[in-house]
Design a protein around this ligand. Structure first.
Ligand SMILES: Cc1cc2nc3c(=O)[nH]c(=O)nc-3n(C[C@H](O)[C@H](O)[C@H](O)COP(=O)(O)O)c2cc1C
Length: 206
């Protein structure tokens, strides 16, 4: 990898130094780093290895502007060199589900994967199974933020946008569901330090 960032953070450093960043250094995204962030996010786990997530990478300023308009004008979209749209496509997942069976399991695995998915999701409507698909894509969304930080980049996860408009801008089918938008680049502001519940406030030990 010809990364511009020689220092890869360990997972603790990546988690502790990630914070939402809405102003970025104005330079194009290194394409190798971008690809590596996408690859690392795609290593997220999912139930039955369904991998319902799909990514749309937006670097064209005109398209970023359109997405910003669909996101109530939130300036971090055009300010970031790249925006990754993370969404789930459960219908594509179902149509091609054999691809997600581990090759080590052979033809039997592929048939089993088809049977499982047809059995579990065949009786559900598109919205219901779409919700399940989204719960898987959210895992990749989280992985992506940490992968970016680990390679020295910053992000801000976003759900403040009109999904139907973003679908239209990107030419995505109506059934896809969004984990979120992820503006991506190098930080040009400090962001806010973490403000979180204590472990004791949110945890019961048994
Ligand atoms: C699912 C999700 C949606 C969010 N949507 C927005 C958004 O539309 N605009 C924005 O500026 N920040 C958005 N945020 C960022 C949160 O405000 C931020 O993560 C939170 O305040 C904690 O701050 P930190 O990320 O710096 O730790 C979103 C965060 C998440 C996880």
């Amino acid at each position: 990898m010809t990364a511009t960032t020689p220092n890869v953070l360990n997972i603790k450093e990546a988690i502790e130094t990630r914070r939402s960043i809405r102003k970025y250094v104005q330079e194009p995204m290194n394409q190798d780093d971008l690809h590596e962030i996408l690859r690392l996010a795609s290593l997220a786990p999912s139930a039955w290895n369904a991998q319902t997530w799909r990514f749309a990478v937006v670097q064209d300023p005109a398209v970023k502007q359109q997405i910003q308009d669909a996101a109530y004008g939130q300036g971090q979209i055009t300010n970031a060199p790249a925006v990754i749209v993370v969404y789930s496509d459960m219908e594509d997942t179902l149509q091609t589900v054999e691809e997600t069976a581990h090759p080590g399991m052979g033809e039997q695995g592929r048939e089993g994967q088809r049977k499982t998915f047809d059995g579990v999701f065949g009786g559900q409507d598109v919205a219901q199974r779409g919700q399940w698909g989204l719960s898987q894509a959210n895992i990749a969304f989280g992985f992506m933020m940490l992968a970016a930080r680990g390679l020295g980049y910053d992000t801000v996860p976003m759900l403040g946008f009109q999904p139907e408009k973003v679908r239209e801008i990107l030419g995505l089918p109506e059934h896809v569901q969004f984990a979120g938008l992820l503006p991506l680049g190098k930080r040009a502001e400090d962001g806010f330090p973490h403000h979180r519940h204590s472990v004791e406030r949110i945890t019961k030990f048994y």
